[in-house]
Design a binder for this molecule. Structure first.
Ligand SMILES: *Cc1c(COP(=O)(O)O)cnc(C)c1O
Length: 389
């Protein structure tokens, strides 16, 4: 029993620093309003950006696939786990992204870890943005490559590191396309130029941008006209697509290599058919219903302008992810609690998810939010300011 006693002390240390996290249980589907802890709150905490997670057409597709192929895939993809729903989804993803091929992974996390470790190893160097997602960081660590972290979005520092770092076998630049805690974009056109100049590979994680950014919904690289410079596109099926799982798109030989070298792909059971079918239907809705992303981004522009007019610092956000930067963990928690009292779910984000002293509220907008809901949020933020947060 005593062997685990140290955990009590670690948890108490988290309490002392206001870093103990609540675990809320939601009842019912993701929607503009969600029931948590017996209360119904307006939901500004979901990555279901296009309100597809509970779309009846998506649910129907999942049900049909469950009847046709069952639920669990039963084996890893290379054994007998890859069914027709997964094969169709991969073909459809490649077509949507304008790539030769695609591979689906058990999660976006697994897609990053699997692709990074398959592309770089001992004797190689990875250049990683300081604010990259944890799954990219973990992929870098597992790869055993040398890792150079460059300051967030700082292309001149990256150029210096690339110029100094000759003599590696292979080099890989990795970045989020749309950063998940600040809602800002990576300088993808410039990163593409640096990759070409220094003969490096460029991997972009479009987890928050797929379905949302760009005229076709392909993400930050499309929006910034940098798609041709991106060698490896990583995405998730769990955010705007409203399902679960991750994917990688690119040239056929890249995907063929990942099948042989991406261990999270090789050694996890394949995605269930209902999940694949749901994601494919969501992808088709993203193609045919561009008004979802257009309305979402127009609402986000409006909200950012109004919050700035109230005096809040929304940082560099230019997307549907809008932080309100507050500094200390305690201030972020107080603000989040006060908003909850007013019926709004806006999470406080603290270290280690964000750097020290950059705790914040993080607003995630969804197509499901109406203009009245945005007005309620703005009213509540105004009253936060009045109460001295
Ligand atoms: C959410 C997220 C992931 C992980 O995706 P999952 O499908 O949830 O595992 C990867 N990268 C970024 C940038 C993310 O925000």
């Amino acid at each position: 029993m005593h062997a685990l006693d140290w955990i009590h002390r670690e948890l108490e240390a988290l309490d002392a620093r206001q870093l103990r996290r609540p675990l809320r249980t939601r009842s019912g589907p993701q929607a503009a309003a969600v029931a948590v802890g017996g209360r119904t709150l307006l939901n500004f905490a979901s990555n279901d950006y296009l309100a597809l997670a509970s779309d009846p057409r998506v649910i129907e597709a999942a049900c049909r696939a469950a009847h046709a192929e069952g639920l669990g895939a039963g084996a890893s993809p290379l054994i007998t786990g890859r069914g027709e729903a997964a094969a169709h989804l991969e073909a459809r993803l490649a077509q949507f992204e304008g790539c030769q091929a695609a591979l689906v992974f058990p999660s976006g996390y697994a897609a990053n870890v699997g692709s990074i470790t398959a592309l770089a190893g001992e004797g190689d160097c990875i250049y990683s943005d300081a604010l990259n997602h944890a799954s990219i960081i973990d992929g870098c660590r597992l790869s055993r490559a040398k890792v150079q972290v460059y300051p967030h979005g700082d292309c001149s520092r990256l150029a210096e590191l690339l110029a100094q770092g000759r003599g590696y076998r292979r080099r890989l630049i990795v970045t989020d396309g749309l950063f998940s805690m600040d809602g800002d974009l990576a300088p993808l056109a410039e990163l593409g130029r640096l990759a070409a100049e220094y003969d490096a590979m460029l991997l972009v994680d479009e987890a928050h941008a797929t379905g949302v950014l760009g005229a076709g919904g392909r993400g930050a690289a499309e929006l910034l006209q940098a798609e041709a410079a991106v060698h490896v596109r990583v995405g998730t099926l769990s955010k705007a697509l409203g399902a679960a799982g991750g994917f990688v798109c690119g040239p056929a030989h890249l995907i063929e290599w990942l099948r042989h070298a991406a261990r999270p792909y090789m050694f996890s059971t394949a995605l269930p058919a209902p999940v694949c079918a749901a994601a494919q239907t969501a992808l088709e809705l993203i193609e045919h219903e561009p008004h979802r992303r257009q309305t979402l981004l127009a609402h986000a522009d409006h909200l950012r302008r109004e919050l700035a007019a109230q005096g809040w610092n929304t940082g560099p956000s230019s997307s549907q992810i809008i932080p309100i930067l507050l500094g200390s963990a305690q201030r972020a928690i107080d603000a989040s609690c006060q908003l909850a009292e007013q019926g709004l779910l806006v999470p406080a984000i603290r270290p280690p998810t964000v750097p020290q002293d950059s705790s914040r509220l993080r607003i995630s907008l969804s197509f499901a939010h109406t203009t009245e809901m945005l007005a309620r949020l703005l009213d509540a933020c105004r009253s936060l300011a009045a109460r001295g947060i």
